[in-house]
Design a protein around this ligand. Sequence first.
Ligand code: ADP
Ligand code: MG
Length: 253
Amino acid sequence: SKGKHMENLPVEVALDSEEKVAPISTFDDAGLHPVILENIKLAQYSLPTPIQRYTIPAVLQGKDVVAIAQTGSGKTAAYMIPTLSKLMGKAKKLRGPRPGASSPKVRAEPLVVIVVPTRELAMQIFDEARRMCYRSMLRPCVTYGGRPYADTMDDLAQGCEILIATPGRLTDLMDKPHVLTMSRVKYTIIDEADEMLNTDWSEALAEIMGGGDTNDDADHVYMMFSATFPKGARQMAREYMSQSYVRIRIGRA
Ligand code: ADP
Ligand code: MG
């Protein structure tokens, strides 16, 4: 099974922060919301992968996280599961007004923004988000360069708590009037950070990490996921993330 294969990954964990995070050994003892636990079961994930064992409790504790692990190690669920779990616990409080209710012209007020380098990845992460949001109040949306704007506008108009986007498309939407506000974003997640810095998305990433000037929430959580942790990514972590961010490295990345 997939789970078995995962257990054979080399495990070399470096927690470089002062703060210790106790890894979970099963999904059931992680303290996750019952709805997400049910969705984990539906996905047939029987045991957390190594990166998930450390990342899930760190995110549940509200920490900023940099997680470095090879492709195929389960990084998507490592951020998706704890982030959605936390929001499910507060869904009533956090769910935005229906589009148009408070600010008539703004279509989407996401709580989570997940930034990925390619359209293929965006669609893949959207699938995982849909599976994990099943039977919850949380509504994922996806957009990327090349997707018709009209389709994105229609999706956003239905309401969007979880936005998955490529950096260029996301900054386009941020720059358009009345489409998207970043002011309610609590979680900013950069996936494949190394890839994105390679393709020189650094300017777009800076705008996204900065929240488009509208978000100065001290509780804002930042996460970066990557196969490697090059200089540019370390710089970004230093600049935007809490000083006590937790760095988790699995294997010999
Ligand atoms: P990465 O982002 O590290 O490359 P992915 O998040 O794409 O890895 O996950 C790789 C595959 O592993 C996906 O097919 C995913 O559904 C599966 N997977 C993730 N977590 C688990 C788990 N705990 N048990 C079994 N399979 C898992
Ligand atoms: Mg990935």
